[in-house]
Design a protein around this ligand. Structure first.
Ligand SMILES: Cc1ncc(COP(=O)(O)O)c(C=O)c1O
Length: 442
């Protein structure tokens, strides 16, 4: 159960917003010193490799204060409405962009597969875990994306990690955007090849590295199409041009592009009309498609190689039948009901306009990820707590996920938020943002 937490009402005064904000921050810091609680040395009794665990107090401290934002137990869910701690809230902490996670036809397809095949595959795709459902989904994905083949894996994380780890050989170099997802980092770090990380979306820096390694034969540029925290879009036209100029392949992670942009929701590569220039298309089922799992789509020879070489695919159990069947049904709905994507875009435009008018900085694109930058960590956690008390369930990103003093409340939207939901979210941010001096009074 979330503990009650209040700073009192002494800040409800006439101070200008920046003064009020700094008073609130110092008062919060007396109670919760985010930075130092992370840096506090291990207690003296503990020694050895586990000492760090016993000296790690940040979660305890935040829980004690009632501003711990993670692992909230969802007791009920329907689209973008949740019940947590017995309390109803509007979720803006979801990647269920098209509302497919609880869509009755998707649930029914999952239920049928559950009854027919049972709860799991009890083994790897490689040996005993490939069911006809997996093959059907692979065919449908290839046809949807106009690619020769596809491979379905158990998570998006594994799709990235496994693919990069087996492709990036000893003599090869990967060029990876610094804001890429952790699974890309992991794939690069376990691979024998070298990885260089160019500044986020900085094409000059990418070119600098491509020049530097122009003698290397095996080069691949890897980028998220939509960056999951900032909601930025990769500059794919420039990336494919540089790839051509320097003889590099291109891998794009469309986790947050699929179902959001492009023709029928095919992603950012389709939006920019550069699909044929992308060598490896990675996607997930855990966002627009409402389920779990990931995939890679590419030329047959590439998929055949990954199928026989990616440890994260071979040495783990296959995606359960109900999840696969749900994705097949969801994909069909996504393609045949384009009004969901249109609705998502309308909602995104509406909410961004609302935040912008209030004075928050927002990305001018159609991506439904809308981070609200607060800056100071304790203030961000406190704001998030007040939002929750107000019936808004949002995500929080603090250091080290984002740089220190760049903390944000990550909000995201779906086609199933209605006007009332969106207005309620805007109203809460307006009231609480003013109360905490984050935005000026109107
Ligand atoms: C950009 C990106 N790539 C990959 C993943 C991993 O996907 P999954 O959660 O389906 O394993 C995520 C999910 O958080 C993501 O945001």
């Amino acid at each position: 159960m979330t503990k009650p937490f209040t700073l009192g009402n002494e800040f409800e005064d006439e101070d200008p917003s920046h003064l009020k904000k700094s008073k609130i921050i110092s008062s919060l810091k007396e109670k919760f010193d985010f930075e130092n609680s992370h840096l506090r040395p291990p207690s003296s009794k503990e020694k050895g490799i586990l000492a760090k665990c016993f000296g790690y107090f940040a979660p305890e401290q935040a829980k004690e204060l009632g501003i711990y934002p993670y692992f909230k137990e969802v007791q009920e869910i329907d689209g973008c409405h949740v019940v947590i701690d017995g309390k109803k809230a509007i979720s803006v902490a979801t990647n269920n962009y098209l509302g497919l996670a609880q869509e009755p036809r998707v649930v029914e397809a999952g239920r049928d597969a559950l009854e027919k095949f049972g709860i799991g595959c009890t083994g790897s795709r490689f040996l005993n875990g490939t069911f006809n459902l997996h093959k059907t989904l692979e065919r449908e994905l290839s046809s949807f994306l106009n690619r020769e083949d596809a491979i379905v894996m158990s998570t998006g994380f594994q799709a990235n990690q496994g693919t990069i780890a087996c492709l990036l050989g000893r003599r090869d170099v990967a060029f990876s955007d610094r804001e890429n997802h952790a699974s890309i980092y992991e794939g690069c770090s376990v691979a024998p090849g070298k990885t260089v990380r160019y500044y986020h979306n900085d094409m000059d820096h990418l070119e600098y590295y491509l020049k530097k390694y122009s003698d290397v034969e095996g080069k691949i540029i890897i980028t998220d199409s939509v960056f999951s925290m900032s909601g930025d879009i990769a500059n794919l036209p420039a990336i494919v041009k540089l790839a051509k100029d320097y003889g590099a392949s291109v891998m794009v992670d469309e986790a947050h592009g699929l179902g959001v942009l492009g023709e029928n929701g095919r992603g950012i590569a389709s939006y920019y009309n550069v699909e044929d220039e992308i060598d490896i298309y990675m996607g997930t089922f855990s966002k627009s498609l409402g389920s779990i799992g990931g995939f890679i789509s590419a030329k047959s020879k590439i998929i055949e190689f990954i199928r026989h070489k990616a440890s994260a695919f071979i040495f783990t159990a296959a995606l359960p039948p109900a999840s696969v069947a749900g994705v097949i049904a969801g994909l069909d709905i996504m393609i045949n009901e384009p009004e969901r994507i249109s609705r998502l875009r309308e909602n995104t435009a509406y909410i961004k306009r609302g935040f912008f008018d209030m004075g928050f900085q927002v990305n001018n694109n159609s991506i439904p990820i809308v981070p609200i930058k607060i800056g100071e960590e304790a203030l961000t956690l406190y704001m998030n707590r007040l939002l929750f008390d107000d019936g808004i369930f949002a995500g929080v990103a603090v250091s080290p996920v984002v740089p220190h003093l760049n903390a944000m409340i990550r909000t995201s939207y779906t086609s199933v938020h209605d006007q009332e939901d969106l207005d309620k979210v805007l109203d809460s941010f307006r009231r609480l943002g003013t109360k905490l001096g984050i935005i000026p009074k109107e």
